[in-house]
Write a protein that binds this ligand. Structure first.
Ligand code: PLP
Length: 394
C-alpha cells in the first residue's frame, strides 16, 4: 500500500512491560512447575462491585427492556442525573462545579488520550516516572516532551522549575501511579500559582483520589484557589468503585478556562460531540449509585481492604529501612531496589528467590530505573504470605 501513516508512531517505545513480565513468569514456571507465584504487580481491582452499584445496574438494564423507559443514544456529555451526582460528590470537598463543566466518559484513559486533540503544538511537561498514557498520546501527536523528574529528594513529588516555558501543558497525577505519592495542599498550590503566572495549563489526573486517607492532600485540584483558571481534572470510577470492567470516568473543564480567547470547554464539547457517543445508561446509573451515600460507604469498604494490605506492606519496608513512597493514600508501594539492583534484575531476583512478582519501575519511565512497584490489590492472605517471603530476601 502507499498510504502515508502517522510517522509520530515511530517515536513510541514498544510497550513490552507486561508481556515481558508474563513471558518471564511463564519461563520460570516451565522450569519450576510447582512454584506458587504471588502477583503483587496487579494494577487492577479485584473486589467485586458494591451492592448499590449492582442494584442500579440491574434496575437500569430492566428499564431498557420496557418500551416506556427504553433509552437510545445517551447524551454525548453525560446525563444530567450523573453530572448532578458528581456536583454533589465534589461538594464533599467544598468544590462547586457547573453542570456545563462536567463530561462523562468511558474512563480516564480515553479522555487523557483524547484531550491532546484540542491543543496545538505546545511544550508538554510530564512527570517521570508516571502512568505512560500522557507520554504516548502526546508522542502520537508529535509534541515535544519534557520530563519533570521525580526522585527520592523530592519524594517523587516534583515542583515547578524555572525552565518550564510559558504557555505549556503540564501533567500531574496525584496520588501518583506508580509512586503512590500525593501532593499536599501546599505543594499543589505551588503548581497552580506557577501555572497562572506562567500562562500554562495543568491536566490533573485524580484517578486515585478516593484512596487519600488524610487531611493534608486535596481530593480535587479545584480545592486550590484559582485552579479553575488553569486546570482540567480527569478522573475515574475504575479504582474508587471497581469500574475497571464496567468503564466510566469524567473530565472537568471549567468555563473559566480560556486560552487565546478560545473556550477550552467549548473545544472539548465540539470534540466529544464529533468523536464520542456517550456512556451507556445502565453504566451511568451504576456510577451515580457508586457516589450515593450508600455507594460511597461500600466503595470505602473495598478501599479499606486494599489499604490494610498496603499498610502491612509499608510496615515491611519500615522494618527493613528501605526507601519507599506510597502505601498511604494509594494502593501502590514504590520502593528502592536493594543493593542498587536495576529494576529488571530485582524482578528476576524476587521471582526466583521469593516467587513474588511486581512491576519494574523503569517501565514507568527512565527515572523509575532502580525502583519497583508493588500493589495492594491481591487478597489479604496472599499479601501476608508475600510479606513473609519478602522478609527473607530483602
Ligand atoms: N490514570 C491513572 C493514573 C491510572 O493509573 C489509570 C489506570 O490504571 C487510569 C488513569 C485509567 O483509568 P480508566 O480505567 O478510567 O481508564
Amino acid at each position: 500500500m502507499k498510504v502515508k501513516i502517522n510517522d509520530n508512531f515511530d517515536n513510541l517505545a514498544e510497550n513490552y512491560l507486561f508481556s515481558d513480565i508474563n513471558k518471564k513468569i511463564a519461563k520460570y514456571k516451565e522450569k519450576n512447575k510447582n512454584a506458587d507465584i504471588i502477583k503483587l504487580g496487579i494494577g487492577d481491582v479485584t473486589l467485586p462491585l458494591g451492592k448499590s452499584v449492582v442494584d442500579a445496574l440491574i434496575k437500569a438494564s430492566n428499564e431498557m427492556a420496557s418500551k416506556d423507559t427504553f433509552r437510545g443514544y445517551p447524551l454525548e456529555y453525560g446525563y444530567d442525573f450523573m453530572k448532578e451526582a458528581l456536583i454533589k460528590y465534589y461538594k464533599r470537598f467544598n468544590v462547586n462545579l457547573d453542570l456545563e463543566s462536567i463530561f462523562i466518559s468511558d474512563g480516564a484513559k480515553s479522555d487523557l488520550g483524547n484531550i491532546v486533540d484540542i491543543f496545538g503544538d505546545n511544550e508538554i511537561y510530564i512527570p517521570n516516572p508516571v502512568y505512560p498514557v500522557y507520554l504516548d498520546s502526546n508522542l502520537m501527536a508529535g509534541r515535544n516532551i519534557n520530563y519533570i523528574v521525580g526522585n527520592e529528594e523530592n519524594n517523587f513529588l516534583p515542583l515547578p522549575t524555572k525552565d518550564i516555558k510559558e504557555g505549556s501543558i503540564i501533567y500531574l497525577c496525584s496520588p501518583n501511579n506508580p509512586t503512590g505519592s500525593a501532593y499536599s495542599y501546599e505543594d499543589l498550590k505551588k503548581w497552580i500559582d506557577f501555572a497562572i503566572k506562567n500562562e500554562s495549563l495543568i491536566i490533573y489526573d485524580s484517578a486515585y483520589e478516593a484512596f487519600i486517607d488524610n487531611d493534608l492532600c486535596p481530593h480535587s485540584v479545584y480545592e486550590i484557589e484559582n485552579a479553575k483558571k488553569c486546570a482540567i481534572e480527569i478522573s475515574s470510577f475504575s479504582k474508587q468503585a471497581g469500574f475497571t470492567g464496567l468503564r466510566c470516568g469524567w473530565t472537568i473543564i471549567p468555563l473559566e478556562l480560556i486560552s487565546n480567547s478560545h473556550s477550552i470547554n467549548k473545544l472539548w464539547k465540539r470534540r466529544q460531540a464529533t468523536k464520542f457517543n456517550g456512556v451507556s445508561y445502565p453504566v451511568q446509573r451504576a456510577a451515580e449509585a457508586a457516589i450515593s451515600d450508600m455507594g460511597i460507604l461500600e466503595c470505602k469498604n473495598n478501599i479499606k481492604y486494599y489499604m490494610e494490605n498496603a499498610l502491612m506492606l509499608s510496615k515491611l519496608f519500615d522494618e527493613k529501612n528501605i526507601y519507599y513512597s506510597g502505601g498511604k493514600s494509594s494502593p501502590y508501594i514504590w520502593f528502592k531496589c536493594p543493593n542498587n539492583m536495576s529494576s529488571w534484575d530485582f524482578f528476576d531476583y524476587l521471582l526466583e528467590n521469593a516467587n513474588v512478582v511486581g512491576t519494574p519501575g523503569v517501565g514507568f519511565g527512565i527515572h523509575g530505573e532502580g525502583y519497583f512497584r508493588i500493589t495492594s490489590f491481591n487478597t489479604y492472605e496472599k499479601t501476608k504470605e508475600a510479606i513473609e517471603r519478602l522478609k527473607k530476601v530483602l
